[in-house]
Design a protein around this ligand. Structure first.
Ligand SMILES: [Zn+2]
Ligand SMILES: [Zn+2]
Length: 623
């Protein structure tokens, strides 16, 4: 079966993690995100292994489930569309700090075991070497190769993955205290390293440039320090649900069983570019090279980011694609997308509200980001969400890269694009109220659409009882010039008629429709004529009327907006009244007390429009 796994997490017992990072919340978050297999994190920590033993039970070889009696209460709180089984895999991270070849080395390593007995032996061994009781991710003065060797001695069915291999301070390839190759770090045990974690600041294409990584699988995990970050990076498997199948999928280079990664754009990671956070200096590697890596603000050496370090170790040009490579998909976490749409922080109530709406209607986050169609996403009715996700999927995003511990900032829409999109979508309901002449004019147009809709209905009602005569085709074409006639008679599926005002475009369109009905026996009810103005729509409808046999449904001629309103009414049960300006003003005056002047009511009306235009709702802070 195909499933998503996040194999590097922490518990509430690791430094700088959320207090609610427990199995209950991981179980919940995994379903909300759409992750099937989750690392337990921190199995070296005494209180956490106790929790593992008391709350989890083995359900498949080497995989564990939250016990039924604990899970069943949580299940009720999970949106129905997100409910799925969750499995835990025994996992921990060790911070190794040691001296090798006269240099201080610091790297983080992930260890996985298939059973609790092995975990306990491993913990006992580490306990005799250093302190594993003060931090869920213990720091040990132990060579990474020795740690690997301890793991192999205890149970060689376990596996070992160097963590976030590019981060500057604590990783195998880190610029500050890492190595230049897997062999340099692990020596003769190199062959036991069959997977590495790429980390948040790099993605597969960056890693493909480094030949040293050709024979290892690249995996991605969230390294979450709070439940909300679970699955922000993840790996995709298509194998049986068991520890041993997961291990085998990684060990053997099988593109079917291990299908690759889901990665945040690496620019979003904290260490993509070079720079100094305190000095607010962010540099791309080329600039860093030009200034010899010296911060122009403080004169000290800048922190080299992942991109720079990758370039240092790369043996291949940018864009190199190895054969037999795994797939990968770039994502932006849903909360970050919503944060960008609504221009509020990703942890605000507003983002949480829309997030919950999206997963309740559409299911887990990763499914929304990667699989749902535009049409499906639109059913959640979250403004601009479908557009944002399409941009994300096609890579049409702009990210200010992260550097020196500062996360990158995602920009999906320019200010202008946002205005434009909002305008398109919400024109029907409300318009911006900037005192811009053209826009004020547009507002009155919308009002007309609404009024017009009513009269069109009445007209249609009358139409049905009127008598129509079949018309000879010759009278249709008479009065048209040869180009116009050609357009009328053409059977092309698409056609553009470009002509200036007053040259007879509407007449040509009318003749075309009449031709389709009388000559080609097209059902008038299946014809939709969209025009720019209500006036044109009305005229068109009137002119065609006489060509339509009385037994047939009429041609629908409408403006874009009135047509969409009709769709909303018919298919979405949209039956709210659209209130015109005078009614709005009187409603506002009623709500605020009769004493309020008309002018003040108008200002309030404009303010409400402006708020809606900016996607603000009543519980937002308007300051
Ligand atoms: Zn780490
Ligand atoms: Zn500086």
């Amino acid at each position: 079966m195909k499933f998503i796994a996040d194999l590097h997490l922490h518990s509430k017992y690791s430094r700088a993690t959320a207090r609610n990072l427990d199995f209950e919340n991981l179980y919940y978050a995994a379903q909300i995100k759409g992750v099937r297999v989750v690392g337990t994190g921190d199995f070296t920590f005494p209180a956490w292994i106790e929790e593992i033993e008391s709350k989890l039970e083995e359900t498949e070889p080497g995989l564990f489930s939250l016990k039924r009696q604990i899970a069943k209460d949580i299940d009720k709180t999970i949106p129905e569309k997100c409910r799925n089984p969750v499995r835990f895999i025994l996992q921990t991270e060790i911070s190794n700090i040691y001296k090798k070849d006269d240099r201080v080395r610091k790297n983080h390593n992930l260890v996985y075991f298939p059973d609790i007995a092995s975990v306990k032996k491993f913990n006992a061994k580490l306990d005799s070497i250093g302190n594993i009781k003060s931090d869920g991710r213990p720091i040990l003065g132990l060579d990474a190769a020795d740690l690997l060797s301890i793991m192999l001695d205890i149970n060689d069915k376990g596996f070992f993955v160097p963590a976030h291999i590019w981060t500057p301070w604590f990783s195998m390839f880190g610029s500050k205290s890492g190595f230049d190759s897997i062999e340099e770090c692990f020596g003769s045990l190199k062959e036991y390293i069959f997977a590495v974690e790429t980390g948040l600041s790099s993605d597969p294409p960056m890693n493909w440039r480094v030949e040293d990584l050709d024979n290892v699988r690249l995996i991605s995990n969230s390294d979450a320090h709070s439940p909300g970050y679970l699955g922000r990076n993840a790996s995709v498997f298509n194998t049986k649900l068991s520890f041993f199948h997961i291990r085998q999928a990684l060990e053997k280079n099988d593109l079917e069983k291990y299908q690759g990664t889901i990665d945040m754009y690496p620019h979003q990671g904290k260490y993509h570019y070079d720079g100094h956070r305190k000095c607010d200096i962010c540099l791309n590697p080329a600039t860093t090279a030009r200034i010899d890596g010296i911060c122009p603000e403080c004169g000290r050496k800048v922190t080299y980011g992942v991109l720079n370090r990758v370039q240092e170790l790369a043996t291949r040009p940018e864009g190199y694609l190895p054969e037999n490579r795994h797939g990968f998909k770039s994502i932006i976490p849903l909360a970050d997308i919503l944060s960008e749409i609504f221009e509020v922080g990703p942890k605000t109530k507003k983002v949480a509200g829309y997030y919950n709406r999206a997963i309740e209607i559409l299911g887990p986050e990763l499914g929304i980001l990667l699989e749902k169609s535009v049409q499906e996403i639109e059913t959640a009715n979250v403004p601009l969400l479908a557009e944002a996700i399409m941009k994300m999927r096609t890579g049409d995003v702009n990210i200010d890269p992260g550097f020196d511990g500062e996360y990158g900032k995602v920009n999906l829409f320019s200010r202008q694009q946002k205005e434009h999109l909002k305008g398109e979508k919400y024109l029907l309901f409300d318009l911006p109220v900037k005192k811009d002449k053209s826009k004020v004019k547009a507002k009155t147009k919308v009002k007309k659409v609404i009024v017009k809709k009513e009269s069109q209905k009445q007209k249609r009602f009358k139409k049905k009882s009127a008598t129509k005569q079949p018309v000879k085709i010759q009278t249709l074409l008479s009065g048209l010039n040869s180009a116009q006639q050609k357009a009328v008679e053409s059977s092309a599926r698409a056609m553009i008629i470009q002509a200036g005002p007053g040259t007879g475009k509407t007449r040509t369109l009318t003749a075309k429709i009449a031709h389709l009905i009388s000559k080609r026996q097209v059902d008038p009810g299946s014809i939709l004529a969209l025009t720019f103005t209500n006036k044109a729509a009305g005229e068109l409808e009137k002119r065609i009327e006489k060509y339509v046999p009385k037994t047939k449904a009429p041609v629908l001629a409408a403006t874009f907006h009135s047509f969409c309103l009709k769709l909303l009414k018919e298919y979405k049960g949209f039956n709210a009244v659209i209130v015109d300006e005078s009614l709005r003003i009187s409603l506002i005056r009623e709500a605020m007390g009769e004493k309020i002047k008309k002018k003040a009511a108008k200002q309030v009306d404009q303010m409400i429009s402006l708020c809606k235009q900016n996607l603000l709702s009543p519980d937002d802070d308007f300051k």
